[in-house]
Design a protein around this ligand. Structure first.
Ligand SMILES: O=C(O)CCC(=O)C(=O)O
Length: 239
């Protein structure tokens, strides 16, 4: 169902106000961002704000994910992002080694819970995620997002990375400090994944003090009534 729904969203058959989309535009990896759906194509790189879709929201609120979020975070839980990461055939690009930390994203806490779900089979050839096992134990390597070349040599020594291949529908729990990257897709099929970062609901943006959509606890979004995202949350792109 999520495979069909994301296809409908990419093709514009299902639309939401205030959903941010990124198109692959050229071979140099330049992306074009749009607010709201503008182009019908399966070539999107990334689509954010999927919690506005009732089906994706129901998945975000899966009872198992609630247990995980309650255990690591507490009762009141928001999401920093809920996004499609797509590596369509021909168009994909590699994503360099990085950690997903608060300051790099412009927020005042360091989330530690990301749940990444393969919407298609993810293999080495389609550009699955790669990780350095245990690297979350380094803590925050730098206050940005991506590693410098020197940091990469230190923290990702040769032979330390593994490929995280996954079947469609398999979900992977990732600590946000875990070093991860993904390669390119050399096949003729797409590699779509859905990534959601859960965090304490009081988390705010560093510049404007905005909070984020609540998914568990008081005032949590409800798939029956989920509506457009607040303008303030889409005016500037965080993360
Ligand atoms: O799906 C990918 O290729 C990378 C995803 C990622 O970096 C994330 O979910 O934080």
């Amino acid at each position: 169902m999520l495979q069909n729904r994301i296809q409908d969203i990419m093709l514009g058959h299902v639309k939401y106000q205030n959903m941010r989309l990124q198109l692959y535009q050229d071979d140099n990896g330049n992306v074009r961002r749009t607010l709201g759906h503008k182009v019908a194509t399966l070539g999107y790189r990334r689509i954010d704000d999927l919690e506005q879709d009732p089906l994706f929201l129901s998945y975000i609120q899966h009872p198992l994910f609630r247990q995980i979020a309650n255990y690591y975070i507490g009762e009141q839980v928001s999401i920093f992002r809920s996004m499609l990461m797509n590596k369509p055939p021909q168009l994909s690009q590699a994503l360099p080694w990085h950690q997903d930390i608060g300051s790099g994203w412009g927020i005042d806490t360091n989330p530690i819970v990301t749940i990444w779900t393969a919407l298609d089979k993810a293999t080495t050839d389609t550009g699955c995620m790669q990780i350095v096992p245990g690297s979350q134990q380094y803590g925050i390597i730098n206050q940005k997002h991506f590693l410098s070349e020197k940091e990469e040599a230190t923290y990702v020594p040769k032979g330390s990375a593994i490929e995280l291949e996954a079947e469609a529908g398999e979900a992977i729990l990732i600590h946000n400090f875990l070093l991860h990257r993904s390669g390119t897709n050399s096949t003729s099929v797409s590699r779509r994944a859905f990534s959601v970062t859960y965090m304490e609901a009081q988390t705010q943006t560093l510049d404007t003090g905005q909070t984020f959509p609540i998914v568990f606890g008081k005032n949590a979004l409800d798939p029956k009534t989920v509506n457009a995202k607040a303008n303030e949350l889409v005016e500037k792109f965080y993360g």
